[in-house]
Design a protein around this ligand. Structure first.
Ligand code: NAD
Length: 445
């Protein structure tokens, strides 16, 4: 199939490379010529396991990037929209979706044959039918259902394992309001045999994505609320509490070989310094505002956001406990990416934590295995000293704060014991053995 994908970011590029590897002919469109140039050289502009290998295999054969929007749409039978949908502080910002819808519509004016336009971006329920479709009709002069169709195909990949997730998805949700668009979507995913496919309308497909993200965010804030109570009561550690909860058979399904295994969702039921990233905070906030506008406030999700915001401050309080003031105190932050295995720092808890520490006068050093180049831009105003060598990063610190659950940090107890055993260690992810540190603090302890 000939596919055009608008937006070659985390979702668009991974989708493009994976669909190209599955044999489709893919054109990835982006307005950023530098990104397009790198992709066409077979080099991924983002850090994502397996993506460079896929690009090497597909670029110049079944995959190409371009800035020529109209040609890409005209040269394909299905167009996926994968542009950003940020939260503007009040509601979802659909400016990119509106802009590309109108550009697709204009390209469709000169195109013969039926064309499907499918939203892959996360958009609030109603967007495909009530925003994208009318813009397409207006700018193309064509009629939906007769000349073109709209669909909604939410993406569930997780950054850091995006290629593996896309190639072996847990589900495929196909939202479409007409049978021709549904048929095109089914052809697009024909190679994904064995994956459960849910066919529904566009609005339901949009809601499934929000419900999925809201559930994960709720679990994180649930664990963090317990962490706060454990800290307040004393004599009870949230890590042990959650271990006990995880032993429930609800969270330990029976595997094929008859043994009980831990459900992956358990990883969201761990206390920590809060969730971040390009999806959970913005999507939960956008849904709350959408619910409010529809006359259906979402108090549970509002509390999820409020609890999450409080976690960043809790980490800083744990450092403050050990010093009369943070003025001039050398603090090393371990982990800048919002999660391990990515260089994505969008809404990373590291940002508010570093800003709060800096505002209190701390002198900050930061380490991350891959996100330092991104951090240099985002934290330019905070006078952070970046250190790529882990041992050097901790050697001189008076306090060390672990923010991201990188596997590399499993070895931190040895590094700290060797380089700086007297430092206060604040474990924002509760991933390390507290008995290995002379001065340990942790969320929910
Ligand atoms: P991103 O910012 O990484 O990528 C968006 C891309 O769109 C950018 O490369 C940008 O240059 C391009 N773009 C913007 N306007 C354009 C235009 N007019 N023409 C051509 N290109 C244009 O965003 P992302 O993380 O890939 O997210 C995209 C969507 O997918 C969002 O709605 C997000 O919520 C959703 N989503 C993201 C993830 C994730 O893990 N990142 C997972 C599931 C769903």
């Amino acid at each position: 199939m000939k596919v055009s994908i608008i937006g070659a970011g985390y979702v668009g590029l991974v989708t493009g490379a994976c669909l190209a590897a599955k044999g489709h002919s893919v054109l990835c469109v982006d307005k950023d010529p530098e990104k397009v140039g790198r992709i066409n050289e077979g080099v991924s502009p983002i850090h994502e396991e397996g993506l460079n290998a896929l690009l090497t295999k597909t670029v110049g054969k079944t995959m190409r990037a371009t800035t020529d929007f109209p040609a890409a749409v005209r040269d394909s039978e299905i167009t996926l929209i994968a542009v950003g949908t940020p939260f503007d502080g009040k509601e979802i910002d659909l400016a990119q979706v509106r802009e590309v819808s109108s550009l697709i519509g204009r390209a469709l004016r000169d195109k013969d044959g039926y064309h499907a336009v499918v939203v892959k971006s996360t958009v609030v329920p109603g967007t495909t039918d009530e925003v994208v479709l009318p813009i397409l009709e207006e700018t193309s002069g064509r009629i939906s259902g007769r000349d073109f169709g709209v669909g909604m195909n939410p993406e569930f990949l997780t950054e850091g394992q995006a290629v593996a997730d896309f190639m072996d998805p847990d589900r495929i949700v196909l939202g479409a309001n007409d049978s021709r668009t549904l048929t095109l979507l089914e052809r697009l995913y024909a190679e994904f045999q064995g994956t459960p496919v849910l066919r529904t309308n566009c609005k339901t497909a949009e809601m499934i994505k929000y419900a999925s993200n809201a559930m994960l965010a709720t679990q994180i804030s649930f664990a963090n609320e317990f962490a706060s109570l454990c800290s307040a009561l004393g004599g009870v550690d949230v890590v042990d509490v959650m271990k006990g909860v995880h032993l429930s058979n609800y969270l330990r399904p029976v595997a094929g070989d008859g043994r009980r295994v831990q459900a992956p969702v358990s990883s969201f039921l761990e206390a920590g310094c809060g969730f971040g990233g390009s999806c959970l905070p913005k999507d939960v906030n956008a849904l709350i505002s959408h619910g409010r506008k529809a006359g259906s406030p979402m108090p549970l999700l509002s509390a999820v956001i409020e609890i999450n915001r409080g976690q960043f401050e809790k980490v800083v309080r744990l450092v403050e406990k050990h010093f009369p003031s943070l003025q001039g105190i050398r603090v090393t932050v371990l982990g800048l990416a919002f999660k391990p295995d990515t260089d994505d720092m969008r809404e990373s808890p590291a940002i508010p934590i570093i800003r709060l520490l800096a505002a209190a006068g701390a002198e900050i050093t930061a380490h991350d295995p891959v996100a330092i180049p991104t951090a240099r831009k985002i934290l330019a105003a905070e006078k952070v000293r970046f250190q790529e060598d882990l041992e050097k990063a901790v050697a001189d610190a008076q306090a060390i704060v672990l923010v991201t659950r990188w596997e590399e940090y499993r070895g931190i107890p040895d590094v700290v014991a060797r380089a700086n055993p007297e430092a206060v260690f604040v474990d924002g992810r509760r991933m390390l053995d507290k008995s290995r540190f002379a001065r340990y603090e942790g969320i929910g302890l």
